[in-house]
Each structure stands twice: as C-alpha cells, then as structure tokens.
Design a binder for this molecule. Sequence first.
Ligand SMILES: Nc1ncnc2c1ncn2[C@@H]1O[C@H](COP(=O)(O)OP(=O)(O)OP(=O)(O)O)[C@@H](O)[C@H]1O
Ligand SMILES: [K+]
Ligand SMILES: [Mg+2]
Length: 666
Amino acid sequence: MTATPNRTGAFTPRSLVSSLPEAVRKLHPRHQVRNPVMFVVWVGSVLVTVFAVGEPSVFTVAVAIWLWLTVLFANLAEAVAEGRGKAQAESLRRTKKDTVARRITDQGEEVVAGTDLRVGDLVVVEAGEVVPGDGDVVEGIATLDESAITGESAPVIRESGGDRSAVTGGTTVLSDRVVVRISTKPGETFVDRMIALVEGAQRQKTPNEIALTILLSTLTIIFLLAVVALQPFAVYSGSAQSVIVLTALLVCLIPTTIGALLSAIGIAGMDRLVQRNVLATSGKAVEAAGDIDTLLLDKTGTITWGNRRATELVPVGGTSMAALVDAARLSSLADGTPEGRSVVELCAIEHGRSAVASDHEKTGVFVPFSAQTRMSGIDLGDRRVRKGAASGFVLTDETRRVVDGISADGGTPLVVAESSTVLGVIRLSDVVKPGMRERFAELRSMGIRTVMVTGDNPLTAKAIAAEAGVDDFLAEAKPEDKMALIRREQDGGKLVAMTGDGTNDAPALAQADVGVAMNTGTAAAKEAGNMVDLDSDPTKLIEVVGIGKQLLITRGALTTFSVANDLAKYFAILPAMFAAIYPQLDRLNLTHLATPQSAILSAVIFNALVIVALVPLALRGVRYRPASASALLRRNLLVYGVGGLIAPFLGIWLIDLLVRLIPGIG
Ligand SMILES: Nc1ncnc2c1ncn2[C@@H]1O[C@H](COP(=O)(O)OP(=O)(O)OP(=O)(O)O)[C@@H](O)[C@H]1O
Ligand SMILES: [K+]
Ligand SMILES: [Mg+2]
C-alpha cells in the first residue's frame, strides 16, 4: 500500500560497484553456459585473448579487454538485480532470531525453543512477545506489529474465527493475548520461504524466457554462419579478415543487449512485486499477470470496505420492534462474524439490549454461518431463530418489497425468522471504496474484463456493480461457483486472475492463472495461490497486473531495441571494414569512421556500453501507461525499434572520435 522503509527501491549507480565481485564470480563457464548468447561472447573473449597473447598489438589487446567487459557487464546486470533481493533476505534473516514459545500442555504451560514446535501445537502469545511460528489464532484477539515482514509499522488486528486469523512467526504481539495453533514446521515457515524467494534461489526460467532464449540462440547461429561465410568472400577480394575482427563482428551482430539483460528483467519484475509487498512463487505467475483477460473480485472487502454493519431493523407482518430486536439479537449472540457482532451492537446501542448472553441463552445450540446455507442462528429450548439471505426463506409481498428496497440501495438484507414466521429484515450497509470506478476504467482500457463475485443476492450485486463500475457480476455465488466461472473463462482461452483468503477459495485460487492469497488468509489459501499479498489488500491485484504488463513490455521493448541495434551495427561497421578494397562502399560509410580497426573497436565498445546504459531501464522497467496491447506494441516498435536503429550510428561515431586518437588504431 504505502512505501515501505526496508525495501530497496530505486537503482543506484553505487550498486554497480558493489555488485562487481559477484559479477566477476559469474565469469565461471558453469554460469555462462546457461545463457547461450553470452556464452558465445565468452568463448569469443577466450579466443581473442589467446590471439592477443600470441601476437600482442594495441588493437588485439583493446578488443580482448572490451569483449571481457561485455561479458562482465552482462554479469553485472544480473548481479545488481539479484543484489536487491539479497539485501532484503538479510533483513528478513534478522527477524528469524531465536524465539521461545509458551506451549500449552495438559498440565498447563511449558517453555520450549521455537525450533522445537510441531504442527498442531498450541502456544500462548502475549503483548510484547514474538510469535514463535506460523499459525492461526484459535482464541482471542490482539494487535500485532508485522513490520518485520511487511515493512508497514501500523498495527494490525488478528482474531480467531474469521478471515483475519493467520499470524506469521517473527512478528510481535503489541496488545492482548492470543492462543495460536502452529501450522508449519520450523524451517518451512513463511519467512524461510520468503528468504529463498527473494534470494532467487528457486528462480527458474519461465516458458516465455525459454522461448525467447531459443529465438535469440537461433539468431546467434544465423549470424555465426553469416560471419563465417564472409571470410571466403573477403579472401576472394584480397582482404582476408583476422579471427579477431571476425569475432568482434560476430559479437556486435548477435543480440547481446537483450541476452545480457534478460535475466535481470525477470528478477527485477519479481522484485517490483516484493517492493509492493507481494510475493510470487514463480516468475511464470508474474508473466501471466501481464496477460490477464479476466479479473475476478470479491464484493465484500474488495470492492466495498467490508466492514458490513447492521444499520436498521425493519419489522414486517405486524411484528413489534421489540420482538424483532429480540430475535435478531438472539440469532447473533454467538455469531462471531463481523455482521453478527454488528447486529448485537445495534440491538445494544439503539434498543438497550445486553450485548452478552445470559446463562440461559448460553445453553442454546448455535448454528454458525456458512457460505453454503447463507444463514446463521440458534436453537434455544423450543425456539428456532434464524437470520440469513432472503433466498433461504418464503417471503410475503410486503417482506419482498422491504428486501428489494434494501438491495436496490446496495445494502444486504438479512431476513430474521422464528420457526417459519418471518419477523423482519436487518439492513447491512457497506460502502464502495473510493476510486474503484477509475481503477476499473483503467483495467478496461488495458482490455481486462472485471467480474464481481458475491454471495449476496442479485439485486444488491447489481446495485454495487453499477456503483463501482465493474463489467459484470455473479451473484449468489458459492465457492464452487467461483471455480466453475474460472474454468469457463479458461476454456474460452482466457487467462484469469483472482484474489481470495478463505479455505473455501483455495480450489479457485489454485485453478486461476494468477491466484493472489491474502497474508491474513488461511494456510490452505496461501498454499493454493501463486502469490501472497503481505498487506492483504485485495485491490493489489490491479497493481500486480500492472507489474506483469510492465515486465512483458520491458522485455519486448529491449528485445526490439537489441535486434534493431544489431542490424544497424551491421551497416555501420561493414562499409568501414571494406572501404579500402571497395572505395564505392565509402559512400555508405555514413559516419566516416577513421579506419577499419577503429570502426571495429568502436562498435565493440559501443556494444558493451549499451548493456550498462540499459541496466537502469531493465531494472526500473519501461514507463508504462494503461493502454491496449496493440497501442503499446505500436508505440514500442516506434520508440525502441527506430531508437535502436539510430543509436549505433551516433554512438559508434562518437566513440570513434576518441578511439582514433589511440596510437596504432587511428
Ligand atoms: N453472519 C451471517 N449470518 C447470516 N447470514 C449471513 C451472515 N453473513 C452473511 N450472510 C448472508 O450470506 C450471504 C453470503 O455471504 P458470503 O460471505 O458468502 O458472501 P458475501 O460476503 O456477500 O460476498 P463476498 O463473496 O463478496 O464476500 C450474504 O450476502 C448475506 O445475505
Ligand atoms: K550485439
Ligand atoms: Mg463474505
């Protein structure tokens, strides 16, 4: 949500220097073979070095040095990108200090090391203590400082029973006392996984990256053949080229720019998510986010604030207000949902009824709310009191009118009934978050369809959908309906994203191409999704889509630039190389490079410097405004394609002005 203090955001030139040792370490061939384009440069560097040692000249030594620098700069790009994650992993490790846990036993409490906890253990955590492991609050409510994980210093509330029950090891309880059931083994906690993730230990090439690598390798082979084929032609015309010149030419022509920056772009994309407190378990998910066609959003808590509160009681069928208040309160006394608690509060504040159950009331059998029945209530003696969605009751015309009236306003009607007699209706009010309409308009301009999914009735859903400006809605949705909707969209060839927090959401989160689980959500939801939002902000999905798009666009733009660049280099260098034999070619030698040697060396230097120059862009991502994919493509081809064609002529010409001053070259 807000900028977080412990996140290393912007690229600084200093990081180029501090990443140098790592870049040197990456010169090892074991690392280089993973990147075919750069491996060719590496082999070329070795070759030229051997020749330079055998027959040292200013030219050969200079070319050898700059070829090694090319490889080093590529390593540097990757090392800088990784360095940011390492800094973060370091700060996370600090939160993993040795904790002690107060484990509950049959005899009472015992103090054990946090590392000795087992899944299912119950531990007590009180104000001032550190949560010893990941788990769910099973008793009590407390405020916690989660800044160790999220970087966000504002306290958060965690409580038993609801969608805000998950706590993370390493965070601190600020007030009150909770009992936590441990849900993960020591060593496999969320922080452990997070460290592995930001360090890139698990990073694998995504399918898109693999496809691009194959394309780049193919280009490399084509250029290799083209350069080799040049030699007979050169020999025939009496100007056989040296291995050094041919190698230099090859390096200039193969797509080194994108080859060098590809992995940094991917790492930086993950990193941009981390900076926004989203952890992706795979780079594939980040890419999928950039291609999303359909976005599923919950109504309550995502589009609306989610603190849905009872605001009014409407008796029907001649029922007295007192009788309705009595039944509404009774049905909610043991209902721990925010909705249930707000009903009890309304009865207490506006109707003077006690907010706690009497001893007699405590003997009732509570019927908890479930998303399946959409109902909750109590059986007390021979009284059967229920409240819930209107669809679960038989309504008179009068009640139907009240229910529809509340729904049409965007409120949620809860019908209250005793035995089979409807007594009245509770109005639950919720407010659409500000700025939603603009966000959905933004998504629409990117070509993304938004669908609001809610358990609420169609009328309420329609009213809220219209107010918020979503494209479509699905009402009276049970959890399995979400999954069915996702399947339907996917069968139509669409990529689908959704957010969720409940165990109920887990199947749908797993089915979605991008499933963002809330950090407060249940362990099942977090396992099922491929991203976790530490801020538990369901609208974060919109930013995630933006980051995914930016990743794809950055990669596309730099690929375009790289290939255009290589083509331009061909026309910048060749005329200079052959000008001596074919004077007519000199007319093509637009930039009037001094000598063939200075032309070659300038091109190699330019080729290497372009990599460093583009590191900030690769890490930051190209600037991105919401627009349709085709508009973005057009703009990118124009800016990066044309820019890529012009840059080498300018750059090589400028470098040549300096290089020609070197004795033995100019
Ligand atoms: N505590 C409760 N007791 C009885 N009925 C409830 C309670 N809470 C919600 N309901 C009813 O059940 C319906 C479905 O609730 P559910 O939580 O499945 O979806 P929702 O919160 O309306 O939508 P969303 O999927 O956006 O969270 C609600 O619209 C409401 O009519
Ligand atoms: K190149
Ligand atoms: Mg709900």
